[in-house]
Design a protein around this ligand. Structure first.
Ligand SMILES: *Cc1c(COP(=O)(O)O)cnc(C)c1O
Length: 224
């Protein structure tokens, strides 16, 4: 399948899901290109995609160098503190702020305000990255004096399960938290965005009000 074909069917599914959920705006589609070549990423660009996501420093730098200037780059993976200085000023959005030590390093190395998502572990599984749902407010309050960090939204990764009701409940809980924070009108945390939904669950995320979905396998494929 070409990226264009995949993109068209994904957009149709998203459109149906947002309508079902009663939302008028559709989430932006981030093409996650971590499994594919620069050629395939370019194919996504030619299909009309402007948002690109990578989760490793090397892949991020390579795709950013290769793709045209009007692309928007998302760093979606957990980032080691020692690698912050190499990448943070190159990202348009950072999706995985999940600890204070990382926030400190970003604040120190950033040359301008960095748009960050707080990664939340909604299910509370021990193996997952992210802060717990009931710790989000405190974490955000702690960040208020970090002048180079803007909390644009919340992000999560659903656990591996085919229990759609369970995933939907987790996504809904995060949507409620995102709205709650947004309505606090915090200057450092507008929190108007919600990054959730991947190849297996983007429809559920769109249905409950994601503003960014991050799709790799189903959009650009996965090369071994
Ligand atoms: C790899 C990855 C994705 C995309 O995963 P697919 O299942 O291939 O769509 C989305 N978000 C994050 C954080 C990822 O690491």
């Amino acid at each position: 399948m070409t990226v264009q074909e995949n993109y068209t069917s994904i957009q149709n599914e998203i459109s149906a899901a947002t309508k079902k959920g009663g939302f008028s705006l559709q989430p932006h589609v981030i093409a996650v290109t971590k499994y594919v070549t620069i050629g395939r990423a370019n194919e996504a660009y030619n299909a009309g995609i402007k948002h690109f996501g990578e989760n490793r420093l090397e892949g991020f730098v390579a795709k950013k160098e290769a793709l045209p200037d009007d692309c928007i780059f998302h760093f979606i993976g957990s980032l080691q503190t020692r690698k912050v200085k190499e990448v943070i000023n190159e990202v348009d959005y950072f999706h995985a702020l999940d600890r204070l030590k990382l926030a400190k390093e970003i604040n120190k190395r950033a040359q301008h305000k960095i748009k960050c998502f707080i990664q939340v572990n909604v299910s509370g599984e021990e193996s997952k990255h992210g802060i717990k749902l009931d710790e989000v407010n405190d974490f955000i309050n702690t960040l208020q004096d970090y002048e180079n960090i803007e909390i644009v939204g919340l992000m999560t990764m659903a656990p591996y399960t085919d229990d759609e009701d369970y995933i939907k409940a987790l996504f809904k809980a995060l949507k409620e938290k995102q709205i709650e924070i947004h309505e606090l009108n915090l200057k450092h945390a507008p929190c108007s965005e919600l990054s959730m939904g991947m190849s297996n669950d983007f429809q559920l995320a769109a249905e409950v009000g994601a503003t960014f979905v991050r799709i790799g396998t189903k959009l650009v494929g996965k090369e071994e």
